[in-house]
Design a protein around this ligand. Structure first.
Ligand SMILES: [Zn+2]
Length: 684
């Protein structure tokens, strides 16, 4: 109580004597330092001496003592009051909420506050638990709470409700630690060191795994949203790099995209396992993973189509046939929904100066139906300088690479290579050869035969389709994307998930490492400033890459002698001859310094190779809100929204929905149980 309150109390005391006792006496039950939950006011003014009693709380029956005492450390008066409180409810669901992490540690720690050990002599009294135990749990489990957007529970405040060793505290976790030591001493060194649950994850569980992983590895990871699905679900990506949150000069960026077809679910699971694997192995000191993460910026979008997944998962693995959940909620096949730049290329390819790169999106595209998932991914692809990418599908066991759309309108199966055929082939080989059975001759295929090509194929030679994501990546940006068909079964049984991870783990790692093949460098002006948007070309390959923000570029290339040139508007062109050896540990550095020259007048066909600066995307982007995916302030909300009161305006039908989203997914566990709302679990 502050001084004003104290004065009020005194005044009341002088006027009404006895009444004061009823108002102020319950303060005796309060902990020093006060309790901001208001809990201190409900204790009756009893004179009955406290006694030790049996614990009798179902979720606390494995404490290493059997007798407790009321009021407990929080001032709760009876077993009934404990059982009907949100603190006990939290302990009963915490295992599920944290997906088994920090369990049973958190529960036992909480139980030791709600039902403290009762010490009989000299007179019955509660024994507080040890602050050191609380602090150890908080250190190890804080990230798990952050991962599900939950604040650290007030009653596990190590300073307020725990005591030091010299005060004779009790360590509620001592028996648990003893048990764990036995388990660890029995583990063979071959046991997997990373603990991953090889099960299917609902959308909510997926978000939770991603956020918890990023929180656990916050020095090398973070999650961010690239947009929303048609039904408003988050398209949540996770990145791994030594300095998360922004592009670093000369550090290549890659992406892995799963579940574009909602019913092709294996890739989504593999990417969730991969994220957890990268985090754990990095923390465990795995040299290979540390090198990969420290030298690469890896973006993982485990599900591009969470709406479709929900439909497919509702049917389940047994029933899910070939198509339910494939499309998004608007029934659009996302891998047919990207701008068809391949046709534009084919129409113009005989024009001498027409190049195969950075083709603008035609106006006509914007008048068609564009899925919000497609839109979000296009925005993402345009705002990060991706070098290579893999899109994970199912239904076959093969890697296909662009072009996916046939060179001839009426040829459904026709070899249609890009100018980067050699680089694409090598990229596809990298995955297929490191996969347990993809390149295998006697592996039973799902219908088609890829034996002669060793498990890789040009997309259009397999079957032709327009509007695919890989063709768009190649023709609109610098990024080379392959399509990974992970197996015949689009929705394998849960028992298959772990074996599938083993079959694909090395392939995924090798694929990510392969981005360090070829050349990279910086294009600068004479004053040493990087030139953004400069073109880097390779003689004989009709596709340029352009430089990123600070003038850096990457180009996947195979071994041999190459002539590389750099040019930019207003600068002279510079060429270099290089030799790339067959086995490269890391990308070859080729830097350029360009001299300023007077701007040349443009020729009549200049419009054919306009760069993306004049792209229609900017004109048609209905919200004109490019996100830079750059560094954001720690803790800064990405999409700040005004909280709305119930029935206080907002769009009809939207207000309630948004409001639901304001609260974390686990909020309903508490509000539906009829306990007083634990607002202390909400962060900020
Ligand atoms: Zn697919």
């Amino acid at each position: 109580m502050d001084t004003t309150e104290y004065k009020t109390c005194l005044t009341v005391f002088t006027l009404f004597g006895v009444l004061l006792i009823c108002w102020c006496a319950p303060q005796r039950f309060c902990e020093p330092g006060g309790d901001n939950s208001g809990r201190c006011n409900n204790g009756p003014d009893e004179e009955k001496p406290a006694v030790c009693s049996e614990i009798n709380l179902g979720y606390c029956n494995d404490l290493d003592y059997s007798r407790t005492i009321f009021p407990n450390i929080l001032g709760q008066q009876s077993r009934h009051e404990v059982e009907s409180g949100p603190e006990y409810l939290l302990l009963s669901v915490i295992h599920g909420l944290l997906n088994g992490e920090c369990s049973p540690d958190i529960r036992l720690l909480g139980c030791s506050v709600l039902a403290p050990r009762c010490q009989e002599l000299p007179s019955p009294a509660p024994v507080k638990s040890c602050r050191s135990a609380c602090e150890a749990v908080r250190k190890g489990c804080g990230h798990a709470f952050e991962g599900i957007d939950m604040a650290w529970p007030y009653f596990l405040d190590c300073d307020r409700f725990f005591a030091g060793e010299q005060e004779g505290c009790h360590d509620p976790l001592a028996p648990l630690r003893a048990r764990q030591e036995v388990v660890f001493s029995n583990l063979s060194p071959d046991e997997p060191s990373t603990i991953i649950q090889f099960t299917y994850h609902s959308n909510a569980q997926m978000y939770s795994v991603l956020k918890r992983t990023a929180a656990k590895c916050s020095h090398i990871s973070r999650t961010y949203s690239i947009g929303r699905s048609t039904e408003g679900k988050d398209l949540l990506a996770i990145e791994f790099t030594d300095n998360p949150g922004g592009h670093e000069l000369l550090e290549p960026e890659i992406k892995l995209v799963g579940n574009m077809h909602g019913n092709e679910v294996l890739g989504r699971q593999l990417l969730l396992y991969l994220a957890q694997y990268l985090c754990s192995e990095y923390l465990l000191g795995n040299q290979r993973i540390q090198t990969l993460v420290n030298t690469t910026r890896i973006h993982i979008l485990a599900s591009m189509n969470p709406d479709g997944y929900e439909l497919a998962a509702a049917e389940g693995h047994e029933l899910n046939g070939w198509t339910v959940g494939r499309t998004n909620a608007q029934n659009l096949d996302l891998n047919r929904n990207f701008p068809d730049l391949t046709s534009i290329l084919y129409r113009n390819r005989r024009i001498k100066r027409f190049r195969t790169d950075h083709i603008p999106i035609p106006d006509s595209y914007w008048f068609g139906k564009i899925a919000s998932e497609t839109y979000a991914v296009m925005k993402w692809i345009r705002s990060v300088p991706f070098v290579q990418s893999a899109s994970l599908h199912g239904g076959e066991l093969v890697i296909s690479y662009p072009f996916d759309f046939s060179r001839h309108l009426h040829e459904e199966r026709m070899f249609s290579p890009t100018p980067d055929e050699q680089a694409f082939k090598q990229l596809a080989r990298t995955y297929a050869d490191s996969h347990a059975s993809m390149a295998d001759n006697n592996t039973e295929r799902c219908g088609a035969s890829f034996i002669r090509s060793g498990g890789i194929i040009n997309g259009a030679l397999w079957y032709s389709f327009p509007g695919g994501m890989s063709d768009f990546n190649y023709l609109h940006t610098n990024c080379l994307e392959i399509t990974v068909e992970l197996g015949c079964d689009k929705f394998p049984s849960e028992e298959e998930l772990y074996p599938e991870w083993l079959r694909n783990k090395e392939a995924l790692l090798s694929f990510m490492e392969s981005v360090h093949r070829g050349i990279k460098g910086v294009v600068k002006d004479e004053e040493g400033y990087g030139i953004k948007g400069a073109s880097v070309s390779v003689r004989g390959i009709r596709k340029d890459v352009t430089t990123a923000e600070e003038g850096d570029y990457w180009r996947l290339m195979n071994s041999g002698t190459h002539i590389i040139s750099a040019s930019a508007k207003g600068y002279s062109k510079v060429s270099k001859r290089i030799y790339l050896p067959a086995h490269m540990e890391k990308a070859w550095r080729v830097n350029f310094v360009l001299k300023k020259v007077p701007v040349q007048p443009v020729g009549p066909d200049y419009h054919l190779f306009l760069r993306s600066s004049l792209d229609t995307y900017d004109r048609f982007d209905p919200y004109n809100h490019f996100q830079s995916y750059g560094r954001s302030e720690p803790g800064e909300p990405r999409e700040p929204r005004e909280p709305r009161e119930p029935g206080m305006g907002g769009e009809p039908g939207m207000g309630g929905e948004w409001q639901e989203k304001e609260k974390p997914w686990w909020w309903n566990y508490f509000t539906q149980a009829g306990v007083s709302a634990p607002t202390w679990l909400l962060r900020n």
